[in-house]
Ligand binder design. Structure first.
Ligand code: DX5
Ligand code: ZN
Length: 217
């Protein structure tokens, strides 16, 4: 089943409550919550206090994408603040720490995600497949919304899909960056089943229509 995760990075933060309501009224499945630390990526976004507020506001699934250096230091705090899925980047720490980080997220009773940047080989997730509920394939360089979908990243989606299949895993494959109606189709055909959409979702005239269009691709 195709799931839709609007990224609130493109929301109007002055009216965040209403924007989140709009997301779920549109038929979206998750709220995608982008955390940036100014070190792992060249931008700073939102963090734990905002996540806590959202948690007290909705029971729906909060999909937290940590674009931060050595996330092992913060994953427990994000779990406690109300994340349902916590995704960390394979490039953000040593392999041994990444393994510990994923185990820590599971120990907190939450789902794990492992993200790869566009230039990272899909094989980098191999050792972790048994520990992940979702693989996030970035289709832009992480750090900013509103960028152009990188066609080369389609090979990464296919590569991740093969690795997951070969390991008998039922992990979801999420794509993030530059997703609109046409790039979504390409990502789905390559094996993705969870679509993050920031600017295209928030710019769409009719969000319900946009989501049902994506789900019917
Ligand atoms: C980029 C973020 C994305 C971003 C997607 O680093 O991880 O989630 O908000 O926004 P669009 O859909 O505009 O590329
Ligand atoms: Zn994201």
């Amino acid at each position: 089943m195709i799931k839709i995760a609007p990224s609130i990075l493109s929301a109007d933060f002055m009216h965040l409550g209403r924007e989140v309501e709009d997301c779920f009224e549109s038929g979206a499945d998750y709220i995608h919550f982008d955390v940036m630390d100014g070190i792992f990526v060249p931008n700073i976004s939102i963090g734990i206090p905002v996540l806590k507020s959202l948690r007290s506001y909705t029971m729906r699934i909060l999909d937290v994408h940590l674009m931060i250096d050595r996330p092992i230091r913060y994953v427990e705090s994000f779990c406690k603040a109300g994340a349902d899925i916590v995704t960390v980047h394979v490039e953000s720490d040593t392999r041994s720490n990444i393994k510990d980080t994923l185990n820590l997220i599971h120990a907190c009773g939450k789902k794990t995600g492992l993200a790869i940047k566009p230039k990272t080989a899909p094989e980098s997730i191999k050792d972790f497949v048994a520990l992940v509920d979702m693989v996030l394939v970035m289709t832009v360089e992480p750090g900013f919304g509103g960028q152009k979908f990188m066609m080369d990243a389609l090979d990464n989606i296919r590569g991740v899909h093969n690795i997951i299949y070969q390991n008998g895993s039922s992990s979801d494959i999420e794509v993030d960056g530059g997703i609109d109606l046409s790039t979504a189709k390409l990502a789905l055909d390559a094996g993705a089943n969870v679509l993050v959409s920031g600017s295209a979702f928030f710019k769409s005239e009719d969000k319900k229509d946009f989501v049902s269009h994506l789900k019917s691709l």
